[in-house]
Write a protein of this length. Structure first.
Length: 551
């Protein structure tokens, strides 16, 4: 097709850039566009891929870096502080999806081993996509955001354990022995590996990294070299490259250089993963996928509906409100790149056929695409479904109410600030210094506890609850300030304040020009624009300093 491999790579990269730009316009993760690119350039459509060996090598390095970065983010402090809700929700969702996914796969006519691989693949949600979407919505530090990150970490650990067990099953398949022998073998090997890794973490790696940290380029090279070294060792030791890469990242996760390495590796990882999906598309035969459409629809509905429901049920039982459970549950309404990597490993081990990979890829395309919009428009979706979600909430959601009932807050306040994140907290602190009576409101129990430790009057409450303003001391309040960036939340809060008889002034936050116009048209007295306001303040300060010096 092309004169040489270089020309082929050039065309592939240009195609990926064009389709990626279209995907961004449609607000889709690049993961979806990568899969589309892989299918488009594969033999079933354009047939552009000929440099199979080169692409396969880059794909393997991309997967190695993917697992390495996951391990790099899993420091021991985070593991120790996952919390009961993250552990219970993560394990509960894993068990539910594996058991019922396995039964559904068997009912669809799959062989037992294929059904097991498909069921396990359905349990993994994309940490990359969820982090990106929650960060874009500024919800990564919210209560549901932190809970979601907790059970995503549980999933990341589970995928590595699954790779270890199934890899060991392949290694020990010729010797008989059954699952108990396999489990014992995995446990012994894992213990030996962890002892070696722990020794390196304590005595070797910190000193080595300290010696080379002065050169960012060398630090990046050393990180990639260490990841590929343990990936190779993992395969030689009877596990897999993926497991070895994860352990390589985990061994560096407690060092002070993990953020520097993670930041530099993320772009390289995303670039190389493109070749994994090109390689995947080049191996897919679309003519065989027609028979997978029915099973793909069934399994996609199971992931899109079943996974969020089990998360909501567990969180409701543990004492969280239905809104928290709903927003956290949406983050597991898709499968991830790990799912495809996991099934691809099963093909390498000889456990499943190529048809399983095609099926999981189809489910990935459907669930990732739809769940992206579900998360982006989660507030609107919740507003529509709210009347039917009451069964997922205890009559007394004690875990969240415990913070709310701990301290009612002051009886009077001149200013009430909704949203006590970084901006809201600093605003409240400055008002307190000006001897203004302030009451903060936040939906995150940890934020409430942190503010109380700093002496900031605060009350636990949900700005989206239309009945909550009734509990506030609105009679003497002169300003209500919302630092929340969501337009729909602010408009709902404004309406609730008016219905409860508030006659004071209102300031609300916005970032987009269209949102500013909507708030002004709705009657907001002052629209706060944190970035523009900060820039204007800085410009005035610098300009005044220049003019003073000239005089």
């Amino acid at each position: 097709m092309f004169a040489d491999a270089y020309t082929e790579f050039t065309v592939l990269l240009l195609t990926a850039a064009v389709i990626g730009a279209l995907g961004v316009r449609l607000r889709q993760p690049l993961l979806v566009t990568y899969i589309v690119v892989g299918i488009a350039v594969g033999p079933s459509v354009l047939g552009w891929v000929a440099a199979h060996d080169q692409i396969d090598l880059l794909a393997q390095i991309g997967v190695t870096l993917l697992l390495f970065v996951v391990g790099l983010k899993l420091d021991m402090h985070l593991v120790r502080n996952l919390g009961s809700v993250a552990l219970a929700t993560g394990l509960g969702q894993l068990l539910f999806t594996i058991v019922f996914g396995y039964l559904i796969a068997l009912a669809l006519g799959m062989a037992a081993m294929t059904a097991l691989y498909v069921a396990v693949a359905l349990t993994f949600s994309s940490t990359i996509i969820i982090v990106k979407l929650l960060s874009d919505k500024r919800e990564i530090d919210s209560l549901h955001g932190r809970i979601a990150m907790g059970f995503l970490i549980v999933q990341d650990i589970a995928v590595v354990v699954a790779m270890m067990v199934l890899g060991a099953h392949h290694a020990g398949s010729s010797g008989g022995g059954g699952w108990l022998t396999i489990a014992a073998t995995v446990a012994v090997k894992l213990a030996l590996v962890l002892v070696v890794v722990a020794a390196l973490m304590r005595y070797v790696l910190p000193r080595l990294l300290h010696a080379i940290a002065g050169s960012p380029e060398l630090l990046l090279l050393a990180a990639v070299a260490w990841g590929t070294t343990l990936a190779t060792a993992g395969e030689l030791f009877g596990f897999s490259k993926e497991v070895g890469a994860f352990l390589a990242g985990f061994s560096l996760a407690s060092t002070p250089y993990r953020e520097a390495m993670s930041t530099r590796l993320t772009s390289l990882r995303d670039f190389l993963l493109l070749f994994f999906f090109i390689d995947l598309g080049a191996k897919l035969d679309l003519s065989t996928l027609g028979g997978d459409l029915g099973p793909a629809v069934v399994l996609s509905l199971f992931v899109l509906i079943g996974n969020p429901l089990i998360v909501m049920a567990i969180m409701g039982w543990m004492g969280y409100r239905k809104r928290t459970g709903f927003l956290a549950g949406l983050t597991v309404a898709q499968i991830s790149e790990f799912s495809i990597v996991f099934v691809a490993m099963g093909i390498t081990l000889g456990h499943v056929g190529q048809d399983a990979l095609g099926l999981v890829t189809l489910v990935g395309l459907v669930t990732i695409t739809l769940s992206t919009y579900m998360i982006l428009y989660s507030q609107r979706l919740y507003a529509r479904l709210k009347p039917w979600l009451g069964r997922f909430e205890r009559r007394v959601p004690f875990r969240e109410l415990a913070v709310e009932q701990n301290e009612a807050g002051p009886a009077e306040a001149e200013v009430i600030v909704f949203g006590m994140g970084r901006y809201g907290k600093h605003l409240a602190q400055r008002l307190v210094r000006l001897e203004t009576r302030v009451l903060g409101v936040d939906f995150d129990p940890e934020t409430v506890a942190h503010c109380r430790q700093r002496g900031i009057p605060i009350r636990f409450g949900d700005a989206e609850d239309p009945t909550f303003p009734e509990t506030l001391p609105l009679a003497g309040t002169r300003w209500v300030v919302s630092t929340l960036p969501q337009l729909d939340v602010n408009l709902g809060l404004l309406d609730a304040l008016r219905r409860h008889g508030y006659r004071g002034r209102v300031a609300m936050t916005a970032h987009a020009p269209a949102d500013i116009l909507r708030l002004e048209h709705a009657g907001v007295d002052r629209v706060l624009q944190p970035f523009d306001d900060a820039a204007e303040f800085a410009a005035r300060a610098i300009g005044n300093e220049i003019h003073t010096q000239e005089r």
